[in-house]
Design a protein around this ligand. Structure first.
Ligand SMILES: *[C@@H]1O[C@H](CO)[C@@H](O)[C@H](O)[C@H]1NC(C)=O
Ligand SMILES: *[C@@H]1O[C@H](CO)[C@@H](O)[C@H](O)[C@H]1NC(C)=O
Ligand SMILES: *[C@@H]1O[C@H](CO)[C@@H](O)[C@H](O)[C@H]1NC(C)=O
Ligand SMILES: *[C@@H]1O[C@H](CO)[C@@H](O)[C@H](O)[C@H]1NC(C)=O
Ligand SMILES: *[C@@H]1O[C@H](CO)[C@@H](O)[C@H](O)[C@H]1NC(C)=O
Ligand SMILES: *[C@@H]1O[C@H](CO)[C@@H](O)[C@H](O)[C@H]1NC(C)=O
Length: 352
């Protein structure tokens, strides 16, 4: 067994299930503004069987260090019951008996009753031990996929996709963008395999992953159109290092700030590097026209619109947030002029 450790800024970001039809209010899906997390320590154990067809199980322990903003007698955080089975909870070094916590299967909120002695201004440790299931039906949370190598052998890999609301499938956490904090991550995995992190320690594009079809470019086989696609997808994901990772909106109703900026820069940064491709002009056909088409639909939502459930959050990853978001930012660039726009963005990014 081998270990790798790293510390990164972590954006907690889900899953939609409706098992009961109880009437829930929008606020029932939100965590109360009672907690300030200061760090996560996540230890995942992926056994050799998880890299075969026979098992999709893993186990984990998460230590959440946080303080209370107000005096209360409970902790509310996220955990997705289809993927996570809690075996033990320890708060402030005392075990919480199983009758004192429960998961709401609709809102994914895990509520832990911890007694009455909580004080504000003190950092507490919450330790949750659990077993988890690797997702095989979709590419969210901690998911497992496979490929056949040149010898005809099936090889398995495990990857994460935590945005928007899927971190709660991999480990219990405060899975809301306003509660972002650092985390220390360790993985125990079988000898002979490798772990890649797209963080500062193991940094850079080469080991960040995106859909593989966006990276498998072959000089002799791929079209120019496809080459452009690969370059713009990489530029889009890199733009998220600033718009999304460095600066994060408080809630998903403002997701256009992430996707609009990333769409804008996907074209305009690539244009700076490869002006012959004229991506500044292509933006009008690819994004502005798409935005107008999407906006003409009866079900079009506003750039900022009420967003509560994981399904609603997911539906905000739309042509409106990406194409209209990017188009509106381009309009702002045009009426401010590029130099002012740049200076404004620099101030915005440095305000942190
Ligand atoms: C926390 O306490 C403050 C001051 O008493 C109060 O205004 C606020 O509503 C409380 N917040 C929550 C989530 O209970
Ligand atoms: C939530 O789902 C689990 C597993 O399907 C089930 O055991 C549990 O009773 C459900 N809880 C509620 C409150 O619906
Ligand atoms: C719940 O916690 C309280 C203390 O806060 C304890 O007295 C009680 O026994 C616990 N109940 C269960 C079922 O664990
Ligand atoms: C945390 O543990 C300390 C030491 O055992 C104890 O004095 C304190 O009351 C506990 N606090 C809570 C909120 O359980
Ligand atoms: C990740 O990429 C960086 C930069 O290309 C490289 O130095 C590093 O060795 C890679 N890490 C792994 C684990 O492959
Ligand atoms: C592309 O074709 C050239 C010329 O036929 C060949 O030398 C080169 O190896 C090919 N490259 C790839 C990646 O297949």
């Amino acid at each position: 067994m081998a270990h790798r450790h790293t510390t990164v800024i972590f954006i907690l970001a889900a899953k939609t299930i409706l098992l009961v039809s109880a009437q829930l209010r929008p606020e029932d899906y939100r965590l109360p503004e009672l907690y300030t997390p200061s760090s996560y320590e996540i230890a995942l154990d992926l056994a050799a069987e998880a890299f075969t067809a026979s098992s999709n199980e893993f186990s984990g322990t998460v230590t959440i260090r946080f303080s209370f903003i107000n005096i209360t007698d409970y902790i509310a955080l996220h955990s997705q019951h289809n993927f996570i089975t809690i075996s033990k909870i320890t708060f402030n070094s005392t075990e919480v008996l199983s009758g004192n916590y429960s998961i709401n299967n609709v809102t994914d909120i895990l509520t832990i009753n911890v007694g009455h002695a909580i004080t504000t201004g003190i950092t507490y440790d919450l330790v949750i031990e659990y077993t988890g299931v690797l997702s095989t039906g979709d590419m969210y949370g901690l998911y497992k996929s496979s490929y056949v190598d040149s010898n005809g052998l099936t090889k398995y890999l495990v990857t994460t996709q935590f945005a928007a609301t899927f971190a709660r499938r991999a480990f219990p956490c405060f899975d809301e963008p306003a509660l972002k904090t650092t985390f220390d991550f360790s993985v125990t995995f079988p000898t002979g395999l490798n772990v890649l992190f797209n963080t500062q320690q193991y940094s850079s594009v080469s080991n960040a992953t995106t859909g593989e079809s966006a990276l498998l470019w072959d000089q002799n086989e791929s079209s120019n159109r496809y080459q452009q696609r690969v370059v713009t997808v990489v530029a889009h994901e890199l733009a998220h290092q600033w718009f999304g990772n460095l600066i994060t909106f408080k809630w998903w109703s403002e997701i256009f700030l992430n996707e609009g900026f990333a769409t804008y820069f996907e074209f305009h940064i690539t244009h700076e590097v490869l002006p012959a491709w004229e991506l500044d002009k292509q933006f009008v056909i690819e994004e502005v026209h798409q935005a107008l088409l999407g906006d003409a639909l009866e079900n079009a939502h506003a750039l900022q619109s009420p967003t509560t459930t994981p399904a609603e959050i997911s539906s905000k990853f739309s042509i409106i947030s990406y194409s209209k978001g990017g188009s509106v930012l381009r309009m702002v660039e045009h009426f401010m002029r590029l130099d002012n726009f740049r200076a404004g963005l620099q101030r915005y990014l440095n305000q942190l």
